[in-house]
Design a protein around this ligand. Structure first.
Ligand SMILES: *[C@@H]1O[C@H](CO)[C@@H](O)[C@H](O)[C@H]1NC(C)=O
Ligand SMILES: *[C@@H]1O[C@H](CO)[C@@H](O)[C@H](O)[C@H]1NC(C)=O
Ligand SMILES: *[C@@H]1O[C@H](CO)[C@@H](O)[C@H](O)[C@H]1NC(C)=O
Ligand SMILES: *[C@@H]1O[C@H](CO)[C@@H](O)[C@H](O)[C@H]1NC(C)=O
Ligand SMILES: *[C@@H]1O[C@H](CO)[C@@H](O)[C@H](O)[C@H]1NC(C)=O
Ligand SMILES: *[C@@H]1O[C@H](CO)[C@@H](O)[C@H](O)[C@H]1NC(C)=O
Length: 401
């Protein structure tokens, strides 16, 4: 009887709590939604708002990380938060009222002749081509979009607005790159690696690691890695450990990202920073990871790597055959002093993600660009857009159709 009474009360109590929680949740979401909307579009009527229309799907990168309204700039603590993002074409009643209209590159690839372009265009507006994806996967291959965009927002170092995977600072903490023109110190002028750091490097006992989730690449990296693996194994009894979807290895631990990073740092001499596609300046977070976790990067890609790293701190699979690379790796593993020289850069430079501070943040900088009255007013047109974006080799198939 007592038990029954007890459990009955408990049940009621539980039901009451659950119901309250639901009511509070609904109320909170509603008010949150309401105020966010309010906040986003109508706050500070005296402030000049910059309206950004996402013409293509708002669910793609980088649009999805711009958030809706002003939220994306506020949450990043940007200096300028007066940019308002929306996918709603009728928000302002007239398309010509938007300051910027953005187009997501990979969607243009599919429909370069789309009839769905904005009908009315005002001369003050900036049409922006945005892509974080490589032009190898998403070339445009058509002159239809020449003289259409005013600005580009991509990983290309000569884009009007930058989007990227890494930031390079000098020893004074000044951002210096990546950039087309870099003034690197020469390796021989860099300070030698400290004894403590050399001791740290001694924990390494495995040759190379590769994290790869996309097994169907366009760059030929899988074929190269397979050959390298055979060379390392057969000639030097060294291994290339492959993690991720296309490999067999797994990092332990509950936080696999962190435990992988630890493995890279402690175990591996070399890290394969192989890009899945070949595009100018297309260098992704793989390179950053190698450099941040003290493993010498082996690069493969179409970038000009001098824009990203000083000479002598990485190995280049674009110029070395798998045989040559395996021999070089083996010789460095056998010569700890020579291997340590690959880390001299750490005395003079540091590599960062671009999200560490609002000043470095690509989204913040995009809104800041819209607040640069001079740049906004300046009439700029990308005349030869497809020549700029595409590698003609990647367009051949299309052209022949
Ligand atoms: C807009 O108005 C608010 C409140 O009246 C004021 O604090 C703010 O400084 C004003 N901003 C501008 C840009 O005039
Ligand atoms: C923004 O600033 C707030 C308050 O200072 C802080 O809690 C938050 O972590 C910051 N966010 C970012 C992304 O820096
Ligand atoms: C778009 O904005 C207009 C004007 O503010 C509004 O009436 C409409 O409901 C919005 N559409 C969506 C899908 O939010
Ligand atoms: C790489 O870029 C640098 C600086 O932009 C340039 O001087 C050099 O010629 C480029 N190398 C190649 C192979 O294009
Ligand atoms: C190859 O290396 C493994 C450990 O990495 C070792 O156990 C084995 O004896 C080596 N084989 C030869 C032939 O040296
Ligand atoms: C943008 O490009 C268009 C089309 O080429 C051009 O007419 C317009 O003047 C440009 N506007 C700005 C602000 O650059």
């Amino acid at each position: 009887m007592i038990t029954k009474f007890y459990s009955n009360t408990r049940l009621k109590l539980f039901a009451f709590c659950a119901l309250s929680a639901i009511v509070i949740f609904i109320y909170a979401s509603y008010t949150d939604y309401y105020f966010t909307q309010f906040d986003n579009f109508y706050e500070y009527e005296n402030e000049t708002l910059k309206y950004i229309l996402q013409w293509t799907s708002p669910k793609t990168m980088p649009f999805v990380y711009m958030d809706v309204g002003r939220a994306g700039f506020k949450s990043r603590n940007c200096t300028y938060t007066n940019c308002v993002v929306t996918p709603n074409r009728s928000l302002l009643g007239d398309l010509r009222k938007f300051d910027v209209i953005m187009f997501h590159g990979p969607e243009l690839h599919r429909a370069p002749r789309s009839k769905d372009w904005p009908k009315n265009r005002a001369p003050h507006q900036k049409y922006v081509f945005a892509s974080v994806e490589s032009s190898h996967y998403y070339p445009v291959c058509s002159p239809n979009l020449d003289n259409f965009f005013n600005w580009t927002w991509t990983f290309r170092l000569d884009s009007d607005a930058r989007w990227g995977y890494m930031l390079i600072k000098d020893s004074k903490n000044t951002v210096i790159g990546p950039n087309k023109i870099m003034h690197w110190m020469k390796l021989e002028d860099m300070d030698p690696v400290s004894e403590e750091f050399k001791v740290q490097l001694r924990s390494k006992f495995k040759a190379a690691v590769w994290f790869v989730s996309n097994c169907n690449d366009k760059s030929g990296r899988k074929a190269y890695a397979d050959k390298l693996q055979i060379q390392l194994q057969a000639k030097y009894n060294l291994t290339l450990d492959v993690f991720g979807k296309c490999g067999t290895m797994k990092c332990g631990g509950w936080n696999s990202q962190e435990s992988c990073d630890k493995l890279i740092k402690e175990n591996y001499y070399f890290y394969l920073a192989f890009e899945n596609s070949l595009s100018e300046d297309y260098v992704t977070e793989k390179l950053l990871r190698a450099l941040q976790f003290d493993s010498v990067p082996i690069v493969l890609g179409f970038a000009n790597y001098t824009r990203f790293m000083p000479d002598g701190i990485y190995l280049d699979a674009n110029v070395l055959s798998p045989e040559e690379l395996a021999a070089k790796m083996n010789s460095l593993i056998l010569n700890p002093e020579e291997y340590a020289n690959f880390f001299r850069w750490k005395n003079h430079y540091s590599y960062h993600s671009r999200e560490e501070t609002p000043e470095d943040n690509d989204y913040c900088n995009f809104c800041a660009l819209l607040n640069d009255e001079e740049k906004m007013k300046k009439q700029t047109v990308i005349h030869n857009f497809h020549e700029w974006w595409d590698n003609p080799v990647h367009c051949k198939k299309k052209a022949g159709k």
